[in-house]
Design a protein around this ligand. Structure first.
Ligand SMILES: Nc1ncnc2c1ncn2[C@@H]1O[C@H](COP(=O)(O)OP(=O)(O)OP(=O)(O)O)[C@@H](O)[C@H]1O
Ligand SMILES: Nc1ncnc2c1ncn2[C@@H]1O[C@H](COP(=O)(O)OP(=O)(O)OP(=O)(O)O)[C@@H](O)[C@H]1O
Ligand SMILES: [Mg+2]
Ligand SMILES: [Mg+2]
Lengths: 259, 259
């Protein structure tokens, strides 16, 4: 059965897209078939997997606003077994365009249900969310079973965590009773930085098992890889970033099996 | 005459809020009176200037959606001469709530015009924008005269720059013929990181004078300061970050005087 996982945090620049791309690649490298749905108008996941803007005539905007078939927009990435539903900048008006649709929080769910009925046999669908608790992110929360939360060990990033958890709880109470946070992953972690170390202690103390053992270190190779349209695991599979994402994939599978 | 400046970039986590807070503080330290309008649902600028959530009964949401008087929400910050119009998480539904308002792109402009008519005598109003080219950011573009663009020297951050410039051009052609980009500021810059150095070269080659001479270095003191509700200039005025923001303020004044 296909598991649908949202990768979300309304704080900007915390590593959502980098986690979506590299976790997906690590899952594929151990035999899974994975689809990434790019739900961010910036389209970073689409670019990071080598889909040029010219090849995105049809995109997640068409699926969300015009009810196009998700199957018709899915592209192969450079990674065998990893597929992507690309995004364009049209998505920046999606919230406004959706308002008149009385099923505006369910459109992504319906399109994923239709996809899964058509024998698509993905093991995982990862949804790369935009940096906002917008209608688009709510659509991801309604469509998914679990949420993976990348968290930068910084003060501003910590501030938004309780709001994110409140929103997920509200969605569980109204639109999707099955949604759970499957884990919180510390990203861009620098153990020489006292603030990072202190925030890690705080987060583990308050949130315990919710926090992944695996921590993603700050590693420049992770930020270089997208400029070559490659996941870090193909760009430099021995770097600290790639090793961390492989570990993350193993822990991810363990957590998903328990839920 | 009061100058209104948007601090904007739809890419998340590039230093918009850090630039709003520290640039404003540097401007105040040389005799200016400055208002920050927090237009981001995360409310990081409000928190970074010491306004607890309990003190934000009235916020920019009320001004944008219910036409409350901007004067009624403005609070003193811990910095003498620096004021803030705080934000709450209510703003995350602002785009949707504004759709039925036929002046939905002009609401912020109208509230700022009303404020300036009431003898508020601010030298500068800085608008801290959310990480999206949403209706809220369009409101900031309609209300301002210039845009300051913080740019992280990273591949994904560069990708969004042309989209941002296109959107500003579109606003100039329709809603606000006076809007100009007054400058692009490189943030979190690490000269030991080849990617950063290469991106700086590319950006200066393509955009020339639009790019500030001043570069903001990656400096952990800038990310520690908000946890003490202080701008870096009060937290550690001799750190590399504070020195850079003082230089930025001087160059900012030069650029503003030329426009
Ligand atoms: N562990 C890491 N080490 C170093 N750089 C990283 C790491 N993770 C991400 N980056 C870089 O940091 C920047 C932000 O990461 P990313 O774009 O993945 O975050 P995001 O949460 O998806 O951002 P947005 O909120 O804009 O969607 C990118 O330039 C990325 O290449
Ligand atoms: N020059 C710098 N050196 C080190 N850390 C920095 C620097 N500038 C900002 N930061 C830290 O990086 C993170 C992102 O910065 P900030 O929140 O200001 O960006 P933003 O563009 O406002 O993000 P968002 O898109 O979420 O609004 C914060 O934790 C901040 O403290
Ligand atoms: Mg992203
Ligand atoms: Mg911000």
């Amino acid at each position: 059965k296909t598991r649908v996982v949202s990768i979300a945090n309304q704080k900007g620049g915390v590593g959502k897209t980098t986690t979506a791309i590299n976790l997906a690649t690590a899952l594929v490298s151990i035999g899974n078939r994975v689809l990434i749905i790019d739900l961010d108008a910036q389209g970073n996941a689409s670019t990071g997997l080598g889909i040029p803007v010219e090849d995105r005539q049809l995109s997640t905007y068409d699926v969300i606003v015009d009810n196009s078939d998700l199957r018709s927009i899915i592209k192969n990435s450079l990674v065998d077994g990893l597929f992507i539903a690309p995004a364009t900048t049209d998505l920046s008006s999606a919230d406004v365009d959706l308002v008149s649709n009385d099923k505006r929080t369910m459109v992504l769910k319906h399109s994923i249900v239709k996809l899964l009925e058509s024998n698509s046999n993905y093991d995982y669908i990862l949804i790369d969310c935009p940096p906002a608790l917008s209608l688009l992110t709510i659509n991801a929360f309604v469509a998914c079973e679990t949420v993976l939360v990348p968290l930068q060990a910084e003060f501003f990033a910590l501030e938004g965590l309780s709001q994110l958890m409140t929103t997920i709880k509200e969605v569980r109470g109204t639109l999707n009773k099955n949604i759970w946070i499957q884990g919180i992953v510390l990203t861009m972690y620098d153990k020489r930085n006292n603030l990072s170390v202190q925030i890690e202690e705080d987060v583990r103390e308050h949130l315990g098992k919710l926090v992944y053992e695996t921590v993603i270190p700050r590693n420049v190779r992770l930020s270089e890889a997208p400029s070559f349209s490659l996941p870090a695991l193909l760009y430099d599979r021995k770097c600290a970033g790639s090793i961390a994402y492989k570990k993350l994939a193993a822990e991810f599978l363990e957590r998903e099996s328990k839920l």
